[in-house]
Ligand binder design. Structure first.
Ligand code: GLU
Length: 489
């Protein structure tokens, strides 16, 4: 068998969507598994809907996910993507071939005429297919229309191609994911393959590119199934080998509607911005339609590639469970060495003055706050009390319900008096605070946790947070005691 060649072919009409990231991943995995090649092609034939910003976003997001493509034009020593708009000189040649073979014809219909046809079909309650008004125009008729200043679009002749290569109007193909699929091609209208301005349309350009790039397997979303019939006929009409197709189920939101921004992030770059790790995101999308044979869900891309079989991809839709992604992200965060995490988190700590802390203090702060993080961005709200020196913002509820109680005031008064002489190390503070709690329990019957809450509330302004002793040491004796004193009435 020839070398396996797959591609991801996003249209730059938005930032890279997680759904496209999953399609890219499955193509990448399929290539890896089969020692094949993975190609990136930017499909920007629709100039009005595309922008360079989106091209850059797609490029950067795929790179960030580690879904590197194997070839492409040279851009500064790296592979650039293949870009359809840079290939416009290639497409007319095959249009001419289709015209010559009678598989395509010029259509002079104006948008108004086509609109009228559509309205007519709606009035008759019939699905609209182009009436083929222009199929059999004579040369004189065409010349006359040209003389009127009309420029033709080119339409593909479905019935002719179907008849040339198939026995009936039914076109069938064996989908890698969904099995045998078929359609009656009489229901497909002769579609435009080149617009009157010379721009190729998606269904046409995709075939030329897949053919010239020797793509062997087209793996994409099931929203493209109806296009596949059109594309197969163009492949056949031009004598190109038809690739195998595999259509993935859609990704739905937890409420089973189409995944959209109102459910949460949908673009890879938005997930990254919110503090998701690209490794976790990639692992998560791999599980949308595919399941590891050993049931172990946390896996590297290499492990997934080794276990990946395209025939085992579920043909049904998958639900995008944001909660599960969060859980997975937390698992990935746990695995990051602190030295690395320290750097990654800085991006989410820009509202604080990090120079208030030495490197050792910063390290310790991350060590004691990293455990509950599900998103990297969670760090922002987890650490305000490590900054501000002698001042700390107190939650008003904590002020009334915890700091101002008689118990807390009693505890804090003694704490301020006694702690002045304590050696301010974690080891010593552990010992001292244990004795301190014990004293209040024995002498006054205060539960140890209330004693500690009093100190935590005064020093951090909150009733829960990172390890108290480590927090006190990071803040230092002076700041800690100043905060405790301020809390006294
Ligand atoms: N450009 C198409 C899209 O973004 C993909 C086409 C394909 O994979 O064939 O939906």
């Amino acid at each position: 068998m020839s070398e396996v060649r797959v591609r991801i072919a996003p249209s730059p009409s938005g930032n890279l969507h997680v759904g496209t990231a999953r399609t890219a991943l499955f193509n990448y995995l399929f290539a890896k598994k089969n020692n094949g090649k993975f190609v990136l092609r930017i499909e920007d034939t629709d100039a009005e809907r595309t922008s360079q910003e989106y091209v850059d976003n797609i490029f950067d997001s795929l790179k960030a996910l580690g879904l590197n493509w194997d070839e492409g034009p040279d851009v500064g020593g790296n592979y650039g993507p293949y870009t359809q708009s840079e290939r416009f000189d290639i497409y007319p040649k095959y249009i001419q071939e289709l015209l010559d073979k009678g598989f395509a014809y010029e259509c002079f219909c104006t948008p108004e005429e086509l609109e009228a046809e559509k309205e007519e079909a709606t009035r008759n309650k019939k699905p609209y297919v182009y009436t083929r008004k222009c199929e059999n125009l004579t040369e004189e008729e065409k010349a006359k229309l040209r003389a009127e200043g009309r420029k033709p679009a080119i339409r593909f002749n479905i019935a002719k191609a179907q008849k040339a290569f198939h026995e009936s109007s039914i076109l069938e193909f064996d989908d890698l994911v969904k099995g045998k699929l078929h359609m009656d091609t009489d229901l497909i209208g002769d579609f435009v393959i080149m617009k009157s301005n010379g721009a190729p349309t998606y269904n046409y350009a995709v075939v030329i590119d897949d053919a010239l790039m020797h793509i062997t397997h087209v793996i994409r979303g099931e929203d493209h199934i109806s296009n596949t019939y059109k594309q197969i006929l163009i492949f056949e009409a031009l004598g190109f080998e038809v690739p195998r197709f595999g259509h993935l189920g859609m990704i739905l939101a937890p409420d089973r509607s189409k995944l959209s921004k109102r459910h949460g992030a949908t673009a890879v770059s938005d997930f990254v911005e919110q503090g998701y790790l690209t490794d976790a995101l990639l692992n998560f999308v791999a599980l949308l339609g595919w399941a590891p044979s050993d049931g172990e869900e946390i896996k590297t891309v290499d492990e997934i590639a080794a276990d990946f079989r395209i025939g085992e991809i579920s043909s049904s839709n998958s639900i995008f469970e944001y909660d599960k992604l969060k859980w997975m992200n937390s698992q990935y965060i746990k695995k990051i060495p602190t030295e690395e995490l320290k750097e990654m988190l800085k991006k989410y700590l820009t509202k604080y003055d990090l120079t208030e802390l030495t490197d050792a203090q910063y390290t310790r702060m991350i060590e004691i706050t990293r455990e509950p993080l599900t998103l990297l961005s969670d760090i922002t709200d987890a650490v305000p009390y490590f900054f501000g020196g002698k001042n700390v913002e107190i939650d008003p509820e904590v002020q009334t319900n915890t700091i101002e109680t008689e118990l807390s005031q009693d505890v804090l008064k003694t704490f301020v008096e006694q702690a002045e002489t304590w050696e301010w190390t974690e080891e010593n503070l552990h010992e001292k605070l244990e004795a301190f709690r014990g004293y209040f329990k024995e002498q006054k019957g205060y539960k140890p946790k209330f004693t500690m809450w009093a100190i935590r509330a005064a020093v951090t302004g909150r009733t829960c947070g990172a390890d108290m002793v480590a927090t006190l040491v990071i803040l230092g004796k002076e700041n800690s005691l100043a905060r405790a004193k301020k809390a006294l009435k």
